[in-house]
Design a protein around this ligand. Structure first.
Ligand code: B12
Length: 212
């Protein structure tokens, strides 16, 4: 890992948005770190933050400061991380499910999908089942991507799948889920078509589902 990347990770853990943004600029100027390296460091930093929250060293305000440090840095990093391709790959509806307000991972996936040529409809966070169903119907989406970061979101995911079935939409769309605290077992229990853990695996599963 380069020294700049290491300091970048540290700035996020410390919730120093000025420093993380300046270091993001330095990373872009140096041009040495690969997009995968950067995404990995960013996730590691947030894992450290989550770990400190679990042990009682950090509280909500510290998590929010770190989230802000990522968001501001992402504004600088986005064009470097995700090079624009121009082909139309498919229509995606994406949002964080009801009861959940985490959005960093969702926003990163959306940037990557847009750069890969998908038309993405971002419904935001704490999205109700009705809003997902309406968006799927109105956009004629090929893929529905559901972010769920806390394990208590299981009923919300099950509700969305049940409603897709009830409304006769389930066979027309592939449903993919992901997010922190989300395991393959969890995804299987919910009954989605696909699951992924990071940018690379998400793009791969989307491509596979589009070809199916
Ligand atoms: C930052 C943070 C917050 C911030 C969120 C700010 C924001 N703007 O998003 C705030 C402070 C608001 C917050 C609140 C809470 N949080 Co919180 N939070 C985190 C933390 C530290 C980082 C999340 C993050 O941004 N990670 C970095 C990104 C890049 O990774 P990611 O989100 O996993 O996304 C990647 C992949 O998952 C994937 N992905 C994401 N979405 C999707 C979707 C699809 C379809 C696919 C295929 C892939 C995919 O790709 C992304 C890019 O690689 C995590 C710990 C952690 N290690 O993740 C806890 C964590 C998720 N939070 C947790 C908890 C408990 C809470 C609270 C309940 C705390 C409380 N007592 O109030 C509340 C819940 C609020 C709510 N109703 O949602 C727990 C969840 C535990 C569980 N098992 O359910 C965690 C795991 C912390 C912990 N270790 O205890 N949190």
């Amino acid at each position: 890992m380069t020294d700049t990347l290491e300091r970048f990770q540290q700035a996020i853990v410390e919730g120093d948005a000025d420093e993380s943004t300046a270091l993001a600029q330095a990373i872009v100027e140096e041009g040495r770190a690969t997009p995968d390296d950067i995404c990995e460091q960013l996730s590691r930093a947030m894992d450290t933050v989550g770990g400190r929250y679990e042990t009682g060293e950090y509280f909500i305000p510290e998590m929010l400061r770190s989230a802000d440090a990522v968001e501001r840095a992402m504004a600088v990093l986005e064009p470097y991380l995700f090079q624009q391709e121009h082909d139309q790959s498919g229509i995606v509806v994406m949002g964080t499910v009801k009861g959940d307000i985490h959005n960093i991972g969702k926003n990163i996936i959306i940037s990557a999908l847009k750069a890969a040529g998908y038309q993405v409809h971002d419904l935001g966070v704490n999205v109700s089942t009705d809003k997902f169903i309406n968006a799927v119907r109105e956009t004629g989406a090929d893929l529905l991507l559901l972010s769920a970061f806390t394990t208590s979101t299981k009923p919300a995911l099950l509700d969305i799948l049940a409603r897709l079935e009830e409304e006769g939409l389930r066979s027309d769309i592939k449903v993919i889920s992901g997010g922190a605290s989300h395991s393959e077992k969890f995804a299987e229990e919910v009954g989605v078509d696909g699951f992924a853990t990071d940018v690379k695996s998400t793009l791969a599963v989307c491509r596979r589902m589009m070809e199916a």
